[in-house]
Design a protein around this ligand. Structure first.
Ligand SMILES: CC(C)(COP(=O)(O)OP(=O)(O)OC[C@H]1O[C@@H](n2cnc3c(N)ncnc32)[C@H](O)[C@@H]1OP(=O)(O)O)[C@@H](O)C(=O)NCCC(=O)NCCS
Length: 166
């Protein structure tokens, strides 16, 4: 029987202050840097859940809901919110903390999919995952629809790649 873990067991938290070298010409956090933070934070959750080396299979669209100005604290929180056989869907929330006003706002959310690899380098089975909190249950409820959309997109991308002659 497959072992089971709680979503909270894979929680990963990362905080950074937005420094001048991290910003774009609008003096807000460069999107590519936030994408890097997302991938790194989510990868720790996948690694923690599976106990195996993992690769990023896909990142769902990231919608930058709020700009993140320089001198803001950005906090990323992630955990595995659903699994297939070898794949793990990781939920990531990105909040900002204004250090002058202490105001905390949700700036973005994202889902990434990671695949655990066995010693042979091939996808291997991971533990199932159990929801406890209301948020975790809500995320679990939407899993099937998100997975179907993702796999449809994967099929379309594979078809496009095969059709291109670059
Ligand atoms: C992701 C990868 C391991 C899939 O390998 P594969 O041999 O095609 O394996 P499968 O088709 O059996 O897929 C394995 C699992 O990944 C899932 N998966 C594969 N591609 C996916 C995608 N683009 N989005 C979401 N899930 C995906 C499958 O649904 C399957 O899930 P399940 O085991 O839970 O049912 C392989 O494509 C790979 O190594 N890609 C490069 C990863 C990488 O280098 N990432 C770093 C960033 S470039």
């Amino acid at each position: 029987m497959r072992p089971s873990k709680k979503m909270s067991d894979s929680r990963s938290i990362r905080e950074n202050i937005v420094l001048p070298g991290d910003t774009n010409q609008h003096d807000t956090l460069f999107g590519g840097i936030l994408m890097k933070y997302i991938d790194e934070t989510a990868a720790i959750s996948a690694r923690r859940h599976s106990g195996r080396p993992c690769v990023t299979a896909s990142i769902d669209g990231v919608h930058f809901h709020q700009p993140i100005p320089r001198d803001t604290i950005v906090r990323l929180t992630s955990f595995v919110c659903s699994v297939g056989r070898s794949s793990m869907e990781v939920f990531i929330s990105i909040t900002t903390e204004n250090v002058r006003s202490d105001k905390i706002e949700l700036a973005a959310v994202s889902f990434s999919t990671f695949v655990a690899l066995g010693d042979d380098g091939k996808p291997c089975e991971v533990a199932t995952v159990v929801a406890d909190s209301d948020l975790e249950k809500r995320l679990q409820d939407g899993e099937k629809v998100r997975r179907e959309a993702r796999l449809k997109k994967r099929g379309e991308t594979i078809a496009l790649i095969k059709s291109l002659d670059l």
